[in-house]
Ligand binder design. Structure first.
Ligand code: SF4
Ligand code: SF4
Length: 170
């Protein structure tokens, strides 16, 4: 029996790395990738010479709308859950449960975001929020707890060791 885990077995239930949940942008490693993105209709305002902004214009539900033509950096990226599932160190069912838990935490976070705040903006000023010692305004408390819970979960399961956002020593 062939037990190989294909990328789609997991990623088609997730899609988080193509939204703005994990990163604010994705690098472009060649002019050809950049030109192809523009030709396929990516918003030119959201493409720099070496990166494009997330969430990606080509995300369709949880799937890539330009899968055969996606940039090399998208093709190369594998989060730690996908790596573990493909290496056989995590059963696919456990990997799917991990993805489902992350998606549920993300849904909770999006629902708690204060008006005008985005996942990217929260990530950008997380250090400031985390280290300021200032009390959290009551109207932002739910979002901060949800942001912390979601990113701690990503740090534990999806990001490589030492590359955490809220837990850098893991
Ligand atoms: S975060 Fe991981 S599991 Fe989810 S779509 Fe990206 S590579 Fe796949
Ligand atoms: S091009 Fe496809 S794989 Fe790359 S970020 Fe956009 S939707 Fe995701």
């Amino acid at each position: 029996m062939d037990n190989r885990v294909e990328t789609g077995d997991l990623c088609l239930h997730c899609g988080m790395c193509c939204t703005d949940a994990m990163f604010g942008w994705i690098p472009l490693v060649s002019d050809a990738d950049r030109e192809l993105m523009l030709r396929r209709g990516y918003d030119p305002e959201r493409i720099g010479h070496d990166r494009f902004a997330l969430p990606c214009d080509f995300l369709r539900g949880k799937a890539c709308g330009i899968h055969p033509d996606r940039p090399a950096s998208c093709e190369a990226f594998r989060c730690e859950v996908l790596v573990a599932a493909q290496d056989g160190t995590m059963p696919l069912d456990d990997a799917l449960a991990t993805v489902r838990r992350a998606v549920a935490l993300l849904d909770g976070l999006r629902a708690a975001l204060p008006a005008g705040e985005t996942l990217s903006s929260m990530r950008k000023h997380w250090d400031q929020l985390d280290q300021s010692g200032m009390p959290t305004p009551p109207e932002q408390a739910q979002a901060r707890v949800a942001f912390y819970a979601f990113n701690l979960y990503l740090d534990r399961h999806f990001r490589p060791a030492g590359k955490g956002l809220v837990n850098r020593v893991e």
